[in-house]
Each structure stands twice: as structure tokens, then as C-alpha cells.
Design a protein around this ligand. Structure first.
Ligand code: AMP
Ligand code: MG
Length: 401
């Protein structure tokens, strides 16, 4: 059985990454992955400009016994000012170009208007309140490399750098299917032995939030023919993600059928929850994930395996933020698998605390109401005591109070 790290490395190694790109306007590039190195088209700032509302002047025009200069002209946003006339000062506003000949701006609160004169304080420094051209980045600088997943912040930067549209990898296409004779959609009455299905929905929604074009393949019965029929179209997708049917029970057919039509790289990993998880390929381009049926295992294995795979497919490197926290309570267990304990992360007196929640069974969704992160317990560890330092991964950057 592979360790978590071995399985993650095997997945990234086996990914057949995207090569088709499309060009989209900035407004449509949010959450997409850049397909080429992107350079700034202009300097930022584009010209020396004022950081404040005030007066532009040349320091050489001031001396200990001459701190007043006649006011001449104005520089406002959106147009080029005249040159500073030697021996004068110019009115200037935030973001407006610094006139040629000026080397400092004094904020209006520090200057005094006396008729046609402006009186300056003693302490004016060269370059004061001037934002120099190119201070942030220069035309031609590489801003991003291929594989960057673009956020609104990134797009603001690219817009300021003069880019109107961007090459991005096409969206990955994924087919999502649930398996199990017992599964029923909510809204229908339950017969004895049946349960409401939830994994397919969570998988579809997580894929959507990662920018994937996810297709709902519905629920299929635990019959080889039904599973075969469902997987007939597999080759049309970049990813096929199933839930259930990958452990060793008699009804666990997904793995079996996938072994017929494709190639399985592994199907068990030393993680908890989620030991039975299969990864493989169908044909030249389709990646296959058989996620476990237990709902929490399905959620956790999606994060542990599918997210890094999607990043690698888009030429990105997946890095998850891991922090140190103080355990608020103890957690005991049998060593053997890397475990992700559902936890509530919270701040107390500037310290990050992690409470291991009650109800860690992989079938127990109720605990998710309080879960905003996971505590990672190493494979050889038998748990932790209250007060110990633990490694945590926040699920959300907003921490519950
Ligand atoms: P399996 O991996 O098929 O052996 O299923 C393990 C457990 O997860 C069983 O209790 C199933 O009833 C349950 N399960 C399987 N698929 C789903 C699903 N899509 N939604 C909710 N529970 C499921
Ligand atoms: Mg099943």
C-alpha cells in the first residue's frame, strides 16, 4: 500500500497535462490557469507621479532663509503638466504627473498658502511623496509563468500592466458518477435499505469551484454492465471521477471494470479517512479516480488527490497551506495511516487552537458543520495530547470564533 506522499507523487508523475489553450478577456479569466508566460506591457507607475495632494517643488529653490515660493500652474490626473518654472512651486494632486524640474512634493497639510506664495516646512527631503516610474514593475518584466491560477488580484495586476486578454488552458472536462444499489436522490421516498446520495453533488460542486467543466453522470447500480455502459464515454473526458465500489466487497465493481477498460496505477493508500481510493488511466488522455463511497472519505480524498491532479493537469504546482496550532484537546488512535482529523480552528489570545471534533467516522457528515480545517496526524503517530503542537490545514481562511 502506498503512503500518502507516494500516492500524491505517483499521481503528479502520471498526469498528462493540458496542451490546448484559448484566449479570453480578463473578466473571464478568473480562476483559469495561464497557458503562457505573461509580461508587463508598460511600466508601473507609468510616470513619476504624486503620492499626495500638495505642491511640487525643486529642493534647490529652498534655503534656510527662503521657504516661500510663488505658486505657478497645476498638475492634475490625466494630462501632462508644463515644466516647473525654476523658483516656483506647482499645485499637484494624487496620481498626477510630477512636472519636469520638480524633485519633491510637500503635502498640503504641511504647506501654508500666503496670498500667491506657498510656505514650506524646513524638513523637505528629495523624492518625498513621489512614486517613481517603474517602481512596481517595468515593461517587459515577466509577471506570471504558465500554470498560474488567476485570482481577481492577479487580474487587477495584469489589467494595470496593459493586458486585455490572456491565453489560458481550456477547461478540464470531468465526468462524475456515483455507484451503489442503495443510492437514491433526495426528493424521492426511501425504501428499506436505501440512503440519500451526497458524494456526486459535492464532487460536482468542488470541481466547478476549481474551474472544471463537470458533467453529472448520475448514479449507476452495482452491476458490471451498468458500470461498463457508464464508462463507455470515459475517453471523451480528461477526468472520470466515481464514488463507491472501490473497496474489496463483492459489489465493488468499479475497480474491476476500470481494470478491463484502462489501467489502474494504485487502489489503496495509507490515509484515513479514505483508504480505498483508485487512480489510473483510460486511453491516452483520461485520468480516472475511484473515490471511496463513505461521504467524508470522498470529500477528503478529493482534496488530497484530485486537487493536486487538477493543478498538475493545468501545469500548476499544488501547495496547501499548513500551519502549526496548539491542540485544544487530546486525540488517541492506532498508528498506521496518515489521518486527517476534522477540526475546529479558532483563535484564543493570539494563538491558533485546534479542537479535534467528536464524530470522526467516515460516514458522519454532521461533524462538518463545525469543521473549518483538518489536523494532520502522521502515519506512525498514535495521536496527540492537549497542549501539543499539531499541523493543521485550514479549509477556509476565515476562522470560526
Ligand atoms: P462503498 O465505497 O461503495 O463500499 O460505500 C461505502 C459506504 O458509503 C456505504 O455505506 C455506502 O452506502 C456509502 N455511499 C456510497 N456511495 C455514496 C454516495 N454517493 N453518497 C452517500 N453515501 C454513499
Ligand atoms: Mg457501494
Amino acid at each position: 500500500m502506498l503512503t500518502l506522499e507516494q500516492a500524491q507523487a505517483a499521481i503528479v508523475k502520471e498526469i498528462r497535462p493540458a496542451f490546448e489553450a484559448e484566449t479570453v478577456p480578463l473578466l473571464e479569466a478568473d480562476g483559469r490557469y495561464l497557458a503562457a508566460e505573461t509580461r508587463a506591457q508598460v511600466d508601473n507607475p507609468a510616470f513619476d507621479n504624486s503620492a499626495m495632494d500638495g505642491y511640487a517643488l525643486n529642493l534647490a529653490d529652498l534655503s534656510a532663509d527662503k521657504l516661500a515660493l510663488p505658486l505657478q500652474g497645476e498638475s492634475s490626473c490625466g494630462s501632462a503638466p508644463a515644466d516647473l518654472i525654476p523658483g516656483t512651486t506647482m499645485r499637484i494632486f494624487t496620481g498626477a504627473p510630477v512636472p519636469a524640474g520638480a524633485d519633491a512634493v510637500v503635502i498640503q497639510e504641511d504647506a501654508k498658502r500666503e496670498g500667491g506664495l506657498v510656505v514650506f516646512p524646513h524638513s523637505v527631503r528629495p523624492g518625498q511623496n513621489i512614486r517613481p516610474r517603474g517602481e512596481d514593475f517595468r515593461a517587459g518584466d515577466v509577471l506570471y509563468r504558465a500554470g498560474r491560477r488567476l485570482s481577481p488580484f492577479d487580474l487587477a495586476l495584469l489589467s494595470s500592466a496593459g493586458l486585455a486578454e490572456l491565453p489560458v488552458y481550456r477547461r478540464a472536462r470531468a465526468l462524475v458518477v456515483a455507484t451503489g444499489n442503495e443510492l437514491v436522490a433526495p426528493g424521492e421516498p426511501l425504501k428499506p435499505g436505501q440512503i440519500y446520495e451526497s458524494n456526486r453533488l459535492a464532487t460536482l460542486l468542488q470541481l466547478k469551484s476549481l474551474g472544471v467543466a463537470a458533467v453529472d453522470g448520475g448514479t449507476v447500480k452495482d452491476k458490471p454492465d451498468a458500470v461498463r455502459a457508464m464508462l463507455q464515454e470515459a475517453g471523451a473526458y480528461d477526468f472520470v471521477i466515481t464514488s463507491g465500489g472501490v473497496s474489496v466487497g463483492d459489489h465493488d465493481l468499479v475497480k474491476q471494470v476500470f481494470a478491463e477498460i484502462g489501467e489502474i496505477n494504485f487502489w489503496k493508500v495509507k490515509v484515513k479517512p479514505g483508504k480505498p481510493v483508485a487512480f489510473g488511466h483510460v486511453g491516452a488522455r483520461t485520468h480516472f479516480f475511484g473515490l471511496p463511497g463513505n461521504p467524508v472519505s470522498s470529500l477528503v480524498t478529493f482534496k488530497l488527490f484530485v486537487e493536486p491532479a487538477l493543478a498538475a493537469w493545468h501545469h500548476a504546482t499544488h501547495r496547501r497551506l499548513e500551519l502549526e496550532a496548539t491542540a485544544a484537546n487530546g486525540f488517541k488512535r492506532h498508528a498506521g495511516r496518515t489521518e486527517f482529523v476534522r477540526a475546529r480552528l479558532h483563535m484564543q489570545d493570539d494563538r491558533l487552537l485546534a479542537t479535534a471534533l467528536k464524530g470522526q467516522g467516515s460516514h458522519m457528515l454532521g461533524t462538518l458543520r463545525e469543521t473549518n480545517g483538518f489536523i494532520r496526524v502522521e502515519a506512525d503517530s498514535s495521536g496527540f495530547a492537549a497542549g501539543e503542537t499539531v499541523a493543521v490545514t485550514p479549509l477556509s481562511v476565515e476562522l470560526a470564533s
